[in-house]
Design a binder for this molecule. Structure first.
Ligand code: ADP
Length: 247
């Protein structure tokens, strides 16, 4: 089958002007919704994703409550206007799967055992999608959990790497995701050196897989620094507002 789209040019530059090991521009904001216990927003390239957290709170229905820890529930949802062709607002199989893998990537980071018989409810709303939304969803959800004051072992940063036109590339966009040879999303807790999500779509040799995995971890480490900056920015803004009010 002949390929229609060239993903990396002769100078090693990708369709959006990036080098193979470059992340898309990332903007992170924390504490942006009044009515949730914690919230955060991410723009990663053309992705725009909002996360909101409630809890720990009473579980409904009550029979779902766990005697020894909090129940983490996660809903990943893509808005009908998030992709070019209107998406049905009803949850698709893909959204059910992504809700599960995102929950499993975040669970090890939270001290769930401190809140038995409660639930922590996490909502991830994809407003605009451009590839890599599960990874960006983990990154933003982890910030929303931290914003809710959830006791956590670490922040979880996530990023994909993969292969496009024979190059191992970081942080695939939508065309690279669809037309490229492989996609390896990874979620990582840097200070624990622990991986909470590792998937692979496509074909890679064992050597290429190792390269892509290491590149994804490098991407996670860069995103982790941005996450910490975003959390600090919220508290610096509060501090400045308090100082101004006191003056
Ligand atoms: P991820 O967003 O984690 O990479 P996928 O690999 O399943 O997850 O999806 C890749 C991209 O395909 C998404 O980010 C989005 O841009 C696009 N996409 C997903 N679902 C749809 C859909 N129903 N209609 C159009 N595009 C979609």
């Amino acid at each position: 089958m002949s390929k229609k789209i060239r993903l990396v040019d002769e100078n090693g530059i990708r369709t959006d002007g990036r080098k193979p090991d470059e992340l898309r521009p990332i903007k992170l904001e924390v504490g942006i919704l009044n009515n949730a216990d914690g919230s955060a927003y991410i723009e990663q390239g053309k992705n725009k994703i909002l996360a909101a957290v409630y809890g720990p709170r009473e579980v409904h229905p009550r029979h779902l409550a766990l005697p020894d820890r909090a129940l983490l529930r996660c809903r990943y949802h893509m808005a009908p206007f998030s992709v070019q062709e209107r998406k049905s607002p009803a949850p698709s199989r893909r959204e059910v799967e992504l809700s599960k893998v995102i929950r499993e990537a975040l669970e090890p980071a939270i001290f769930l055992e401190r809140f038995p018989r409660t639930s922590i409810d996490l909502f991830i709303e994809v407003l605009q999608a451009d590839g890599g939304t599960r990874a960006a969803g983990v990154t933003v959800a982890s910030l929303a959990l931290a914003d809710a004051g959830m006791p956590m072992r670490d922040l979880v940063a996530a990023c994909a790497a993969g292969k496009a036109d024979g190059y191992i590339v970081l942080d695939l966009n939508d065309i690279e995701d669809k037309e490229g040879e492989a996609d390896v999303p990874v979620a990582y807790m840097p200070s624990l050196n622990a991986v909470g999500l590792l998937q692979m779509d496509g074909q890679l040799t064992p050597e290429e897989f190792e390269q892509a995995f290491n590149l994804a971890i490098e991407g996670c480490k860069r995103i982790y620094e941005l996450q910490k900056q975003a959390l600090k920015a919220k508290y610096l803004a509060i501090k400045e507002a308090v100082e101004e009010a006191v003056e």
